[in-house]
Design a protein around this ligand. Structure first.
Ligand SMILES: *[C@@H]1O[C@H](CO)[C@@H](O)[C@H](O)[C@H]1NC(C)=O
Ligand SMILES: *[C@@H]1O[C@H](CO)[C@@H](O)[C@H](O)[C@H]1NC(C)=O
Ligand SMILES: *[C@@H]1O[C@H](CO)[C@@H](O)[C@H](O)[C@H]1NC(C)=O
Length: 311
């Protein structure tokens, strides 16, 4: 009997990829566990991040049942010399290290000029690292997952992942802070195509061994059952090849990544979306378009079904 328990314990220790749910956020649950950041956009976007009261009054965040919606203003024509379009940036109150996060997302912001992101970040950037889980610009999919760190974290050329590795060096202070990104193969992972397929599930696992990001489109029928239902426990060994894999081969995950908070933000134009705007097939210039076409931002919203976090 004793022998049996000891071997069972040993087995669990070696497998080490099973996680237990610690947080589950649905609808108004998001409002309790995230805080609004009414700060100037560090990426120089044409947005004005509002506080909780303004977001509620203008219905820029909305929580009911299993919907948590976060959006930009889609009715105001802007004074070109005044503040940007009202939008929202929220940050989790809790922070995490080794963990799995699953985001069940029905809809993501779409439209010319949009730059939505779901990511995690530590204090004193870039000293505690940044993990961009879902990010893109101007409706140009597929999704790109990226790490940003201090110097001394690089990714091997060959990796087991369903995506195209971009730059290898994660150093945020070189290459104009491009970081080490991976562009997913699955075109359903971003923008209008993501939305047309009912959205899907994004998951990120972070451990000393590395960081992995998975995506399963709602309609693909490939999502693991435990992810689909947000099971009490999950085992990432069952999930198959990830879309992006960042192993610890030439990157000490423990020193490069500190405790992280989750950030959900929606900016317009700015450093990336603004500079790439001309190549996106979008009309006019990014700032003019944002200033003058509020109706174009009616679909610029996230709708989260739930977020579950495992440790
Ligand atoms: C929005 O998210 C991206 C992460 O991908 C980050 O680089 C950028 O600084 C964020 N912008 C704001 C204003 O929060
Ligand atoms: C607020 O937004 C939600 C979600 O988009 C929508 O269902 C609801 O009708 C809006 N409420 C008002 C008062 O506009
Ligand atoms: C779901 O959670 C239960 C309880 O923690 C566990 O026994 C089961 O193996 C998990 N996986 C699936 C796919 O249901």
């Amino acid at each position: 009997m004793l022998f049996y328990f000891v071997s069972l314990l040993a087995l669990q220790l070696v497998s080490g990829t099973s996680y237990t749910q610690s947080d589950s956020h649905t609808g108004i649950g998001f409002l309790k566990s995230f805080s609004y950041q009414a700060i100037p956009d560090p990426t120089h976007g044409r947005v004005n991040y509002v506080d909780a009261v303004t977001a509620a009054n203008e219905n820029l965040t909305y929580a009911s049942g299993d919907h948590f919606v976060l959006r930009t203003d889609f009715w105001s024509v802007l004074d070109p010399d005044g503040p940007g379009r009202n939008s929202v940036r929220i940050q989790s109150n809790k922070q995490y290290t080794t963990s799995v996060m699953i985001f069940n997302i029905r809809h993501m912001p779409q439209g010319c000029g949009t730059w939505p992101a779901v990511w995690t970040v530590g204090e004193d950037w870039p000293n505690n690292g940044e993990i961009d889980v879902l990010e893109g610009i101007n409706d140009q999919g597929p999704n790109q997952a990226t790490l940003h760190t201090t110097a001394g974290c690089t990714m091997p050329d060959w990796r087991y992942e369903q995506g195209n590795a971009l730059l290898d060096d994660c150093d945020a202070l070189i290459n104009s802070n491009a970081g080490c990104g991976v562009k997913f193969f699955d075109t359903r992972s971003y923008g209008p195509i993501f939305n047309d397929n009912g959205g899907g599930w994004y998951a990120v696992e972070r451990s000393e061994a590395g960081i992995s990001v998975w995506f399963w489109s709602r309609d693909a029928g490939t999502v693991p059952h435990e992810v689909e239902v947000g099971n009490e426990t999950v085992d990432t060994d069952n999930w198959g090849e990830s879309s992006a894999y960042f192993p610890n081969t030439d990157c000490d995950m423990t020193s490069k990544f500190g405790p992280h908070k989750i950030v959900i933000n929606l900016t317009l134009c700015g450093d990336w979306a603004g500079s790439a705007y001309g190549d996106s097939g979008c009309p006019s210039t990014c700032e003019d378009f944002v200033n003058n076409n509020p109706w174009a931002f009616e679909d610029a919203y996230f709708d989260f079904q739930w977020l579950k976090i495992y440790t």
